[in-house]
Design a protein around this ligand. Structure first.
Ligand code: EPS
Length: 381
């Protein structure tokens, strides 16, 4: 019903995303998509590549006169850096040889990729494993977000920790402050510490990871299902977030912290209007939304391409060497939050379409309104 695919290599001609399943009649523009692409490119700790790129997605199909027409939406982002890689990443055979990348980088896709795909060069693996691909996800995710806005669903993200520096989270989160922050963190004191941690890692030729949180508000009750394992929304959300490069942990609501509590302390008491005063469940119970905001956190390992490379092995000679190094970011946690928003948006767009269906947005919203008004008879507000 709803699906998306991306294509493209980091230093290839460009990135493509195809999104299928968005109903007809949804207003969407390139400017709307551009705003999320810009947010993804930012964040303190990015490398020199982001000074080369100015990501903008061209809408190639699926939109007419500013409205979706129900056919697949395809978006294209040109890689500006392609100009500098025309020989190394040439589509057609080239005369002469390009230098092979053979010193495996611990933490990257290099070793498993060359083994599995039978290459003597790491380049084709690192080109697709690169987080550059997430620009396409964010462009497609913006379309999903635009669709969700029609239901009153809004998705935001913020950084919780970088390099061991933890933010104090004050609820409700001031999203204006988050967007104005160099590391997308509302806690100004923690921001200073995070920036210092990134600077120190850079100086040491190293990298840092951290955690971010994504929040989806305005959720209707009953998206997802308890009926079958693969229909549980929490499982789908975890998979989507875990698929972001460098993510090694995902938790929903109070997550791992819930394991230390008693049942009486862990669950969110149901108040009149079917609302909760706490949200330790992170908006999902029994694999379904419970009407509270969805809150999901993801932990990123530090970037695995580091300026002081770790000991490794050369693929060509089998000798012990230092790992390959090429230009890289020091920290991508602020950008990863924006990617997390896109991934959550894809999952929720699919869940909304499953619940409300519809080939035109009017039909989808009519079904949604009918469902919401039927909930009122059960005491919902
Ligand atoms: C990446 C390495 C860097 C990052 C890149 C991901 O690129 P380059 O090797 O060209 O300097 O900047 O991320 C992006 C290009 C992006 O748009 O996010 C890697 O090895 O994963």
């Amino acid at each position: 019903m709803f699906r998306f695919l991306t294509a493209g290599e980091s230093h290839g001609k460009g990135l493509v995303v195809i999104i299928e399943g968005i109903p007809a009649g949804l207003p969407i523009s390139e400017d709307y998509i551009a705003s999320d692409l810009k947010r993804r490119q930012g964040g303190y700790g990015r490398g020199a590549r982001m000074q080369i790129e100015q990501d903008r997605a061209e809408i190639i199909s699926g939109v007419r006169h500013g409205l979706t027409i129900g056919s697949p939406i395809s978006l294209l982002i040109w890689n500006r850096d392609w100009e500098n890689w025309q020989e190394a990443m040439s589509i057609s055979p080239i005369e002469g040889e390009v230098e092979l990348v053979t010193r495996l980088r611990p933490g990257h896709a290099d070793l498993a990729g060359v083994s599995k795909y039978n290459f003597d060069d790491i380049r084709p693996i690192l080109e697709r494993a690169s987080a550059r691909e997430t620009a396409a996800r964010v462009a497609g995710g913006a379309v999903a977000k635009r669709f969700l806005e029609e239901f009153g669903i809004e998705i935001h993200s913020h950084v919780i920790a970088i390099g061991g520096c933890q933010a104090k989270t004050v609820v409700p989160i001031d999203w204006g402050k988050v967007e104005a922050s160099s590391v997308r963190c509302a806690d100004a004191e923690a921001e200073e510490e995070m920036v210092a941690a990134i600077d120190a890692a850079k100086k040491a030729g190293d990298s840092v990871g951290g955690t971010f949180e994504v929040v989806a508000s305005g959720m209707p009750i009953g998206l997802g299902s308890h009926i079958q394992w693969d229909r549980r929304l929490d499982g789908q959300v975890a998979q989507a977030l875990m698929s972001i490069p460098a993510v090694k942990g995902v938790e929903i609501g109070a997550g791992f912290g819930l394991a230390d509590l008693r049942g009486s302390e862990a669950h969110d008491v149901i108040e009149s209007g079917l609302r909760r005063l706490t949200n330790r469940a992170g908006g999902i119970e029994g694999g379904m939304t419970n009407g509270e905001p969805i809150v999901v956190r993801a932990a990123l390992k530090p970037i695995s391409t580091i300026a002081t490379p770790l000991p490794s092995v050369d693929l060509k000679t089998g000798e012990k060497v230092r790992a390959h190094f090429e230009r890289a970011d020091i920290c991508v946690v602020p950008a990863a939050g924006v990617i997390g928003e896109a991934m959550l948006a894809f999952v929720l767009a699919e869940a909304c379409l499953e619940k409300f269906g519809g080939d035109h947005i009017e039909e989808t919203l009519r079904n949604c309104r009918g469902y919401i008004s039927s909930l009122k008879s059960k005491g919902g507000d």
